[in-house]
Design a protein around this ligand. Structure first.
Ligand code: MOS
Length: 706
């Protein structure tokens, strides 16, 4: 593989709101999502799969009786731990389903039913009788059981940090904020459920598994499944042409993907399809752990921080470890000579937690930014002035200079736009009718990530057109559109001259649509391939010539800490009689490098703000520790913000370009919109009412109690 040193590209299409290149297919309904690919591998329609899941939280399966299920019309087979195909590798216990009689959490896959129709499969699954020998389980996160120290936290960073003498600095501080903040379990709930269609065939004497999967990364699914199935990577092909959102829950393959692969191995080539139900998405496809953040801030009377401590407690699953990096933004956000962070987990007999939009930053920045608001009140300072006084010269975490830290620019721009200067000192300064009215602000930050391991291929076609190929996925973000723009500008042609090929693991390798790293990672590879192509083949290439390349890191990148920043402003109205919270205005200003496509970027940032608003006001999964499962397992009981809740929400960005980070000048925008938003709303409700809420969501009871 050629590694190409990239040069900054001149924006021509970049920076314009090119229409979504797949917009027509989507709005006219001709875009096929995973299980809609009915016509694969010959004429037989796919069999439908239904998952039978455990009704106990921990124990052993003592029997599976499928006699009634198999007698049901349309049902063709049942697979359990005694009959499912064996796996070659079982290290990933979340994926290694049906290999033994152990049950690790309520809702785990214990059997599969195959049938001619989805209805018959569902009815058949209901008729499977599973008996268990139940064992005592632990399914409740508490301060006294979250004591386990993981080796690393997501994605692969230090569990604890400790610099200076936090205790001494707190003892000597003029002002101390010492509070505990809580965030609830949250579930990703993308619009399209997790869904997979798979079939096995033999090609040239080798088994080949083909899949359409609703995933954020086709290569990642191959890499997860192939070794477990005893296959080489080139024996698995995964495609994901259209994906109806993921928010992180489709970032890694979950158990349902393996269920389809195993079931399809038994059907002599007939395809098998599964769409996970909304209810099953509350146990099988990942979620955000609840968090408990113990925050202590020490400061002088002028608000200058002398100590920052953020000790996190949260949970993981005994089945597979996932440790959310909740205190990680605290490590780099504000200056303070003494700082300490830690993460401790309860290891519970529960479903496996995973990525959810801005894992770490979202719950961590809620805690940190509400604590900063409390410090501003304690010091009698405007919260923006408090942040000005704690702006670091260098990244407090690494000691490196920031690439382009424009947090204060975001705060100042937002303050102008929002009309911050007329804000009464408050709290409880404005009553309009039955509504207390207040405003709040919070910072946002998200690391800029460029993943290694991305390659792109440029091929000359007839008529001055080019195919540009990379195995990345567009999960609804607009990736297909912005990659087309990047390819066009890198090749110095029109976007209409580009045939972009993505979402197939046969294409050059690409990393996951996650960590807000997609555009940076894939776009840099495309620029590398385009520039090398031009060097090798010139401006008038022969049709058919092609170049594959990956982007070499800019050596200057070693010298900087790369982060994006933002400022979120919220107005909240709290009903004095009912405690209902409304957010009539929510405004975010971001520094995210160059924006490739203003329309799709705005959609990402506004979407993040809305998801943060939703987390602020509504989202909360309730686990019943007696049974170990989440009981709010539908969209009637798990509330997400709907149109009537989303009023004036807007996002804007600073004009800039981060050319050390990527040849496009962009940094990534998928997650930063959710960061800090719940804190801004919470801070606005304090300003409105004088009631400080230290646990999400901001339900009416908090305000009625006061
Ligand atoms: Mo995002 S939670 O990294 O898909």
């Amino acid at each position: 593989m050629t590694e190409q040193q990239t040069r900054t590209i001149s924006p021509r299409s970049i920076g314009t709101s090119l229409d979504r290149v797949d917009g027509r297919e989507k709005v006219t309904g001709t875009a096929s999502y995973a299980v809609e690919h009915a016509d694969v591998n010959g004429t037989a329609a796919p069999l439908s799969l239904w998952l039978v899941t455990s009704t106990v939280a921990k124990g052993r399966i003592t029997g599976v009786d499928a006699s009634k299920a198999l007698a049901h019309h349309g049902v063709s087979a049942m697979l359990d731990h005694t009959s499912a195909p064996r796996l070659a590798q079982t290290d990933n216990a979340e994926l290694a389903i049906l290999q033994d009689d152990r049950v690790g959490f309520r809702g785990q896959v214990v059997a599969l039913v195959l049938a001619e129709t989805s209805e018959a499969a569902r009815e058949g699954a209901a008729l499977v009788e599973v008996t268990y020998e139940q064992e005592p389980h632990e399914a409740e996160l508490r301060e006294d059981n979250a004591t386990y120290r993981p080796d690393k936290v997501n994605p692969d960073v230090e569990t604890d940090t400790d610099e200076g003498d936090v205790d001494a600095a707190l003892a000597a501080a003029d002002v101390v904020v010492d509070q505990t903040y809580r965030t609830p379990y949250e579930h990703n709930n993308p619009l399209e459920p997790h869904a997979t269609l798979a079939w096995w065939e033999e090609r040239e004497g080798r088994e080949v598994l083909s899949m359409f999967d609703s995933t954020q990364g086709v290569h990642g699914v191959v890499q997860a499944l192939a070794p477990m199935l005893g296959l080489e990577n080139d024996q698995v092909r995964v495609r994901a042409p259209y994906v109806g959102g993921g928010f992180g829950s489709k970032g890694e393959a979950h158990a349902h993907v393996m269920a389809v692969a195993l079931a399809a191995r038994t059907t002599a080539g007939r395809p098998v399809r599964l769409a996970v139900t909304r209810q099953q998405m509350f146990s099988l496809t990942g979620y955000r752990t609840a968090t408990i953040s113990h925050v202590r801030l020490g400061a002088g009377r002028d608000g200058r921080l002398t100590a920052i401590e953020h000790a996190v407690q949260e949970q993981t699953s005994v089945v597979r470890e996932f440790a959310e990096q909740t205190a990680s933004p605290t490590r780099m956000l504000y200056a303070a000579p003494n700082r300490r962070t830690s993460h401790r987990l309860a290891q519970l007999d529960v479903a496996v937690p995973s990525w959810m939009r801005a894992p770490g930053e979202m719950p961590g920045m809620y805690a940190h930014e509400v604590a900063m608001d409390e410090l501003a009140v304690a010091c009698g300072l405007d919260p923006i002035v408090l942040r000005e006084r704690n702006e670091p010269d260098l990244d407090p975490e690494t000691g490196k200079p920031f690439n382009d830290r424009r947090l204060l620019d975001c705060l100042h721009r937002g303050a102008d736009r929002f009309g911050w200067s007329t804000r009464p000192a408050g709290p409880r300064a404005r009553l309009e009718g039955d509504w207390w009215v207040g405003t709040g602000v919070a910072s946002a930050t998200y690391p800029a990530m460029r993943q290694p391991g991305n390659q792109a291929r440029v091929t000359a076609l007839d008529g001055g057109r080019y195919e540009v190929a990379i195995g990345s996925v567009d999960i609804g973000t607009g990736a297909r559109t912005v990659l087309t723009q990047i390819a066009a500008d890198a090749l110095e042609v029109e976007p209409s001259d580009i045939d972009l090929a993505i979402a197939d693991s046969l294409l050059p390798s690409a990393t996951v649509a996650g960590g807000s790293s997609g555009t940076s990672s894939w776009g840099s590879a495309i620029v590398a391939a385009a520039q090398l192509f031009r060097e090798d083949h010139g401006a008038h290439p022969d049709p058919g010539v092609h170049t594959t390349a990956s982007a070499a890191d800019d050596p200057a990148a070693e010298d900087y800490a790369f982060h994006s920043f933002g400022a979120v402003f919220a107005e909240a109205r709290v009903n004095r009689w009912t405690g209902e919270v409304r957010v009539p205005r929510l405004h975010g200003v971001y520094s995210v490098g160059r924006v490739i496509n203003p329309r799709t970027a705005r959609s990402q940032l506004v979407g993040g703000l809305v998801m943060g608003l939703s987390a602020g006001l509504f989202e909360e999964s309730h686990r019943d520790p007696r049974f170990g499962h989440v009981v709010t397992q539908d969209l009637a009981t798990y509330h997400v913000a709907s149109h009537a809740d989303v009023l004036d929400v807007d996002a804007e960005w600073l004009e800039e370009s981060d050319e050390v980070f990527t040849p496009m000048g962009s940094r990534g925008i998928g997650e930063i919109g959710i960061v800090g938003t719940a804190a801004a709303v919470a801070n606005a409700t304090f300003h409105a009412t004088g009631v400080r809420v230290r646990s999400l969501p901001l339900t009416p009871d908090h305000f009625l109690d006061a």
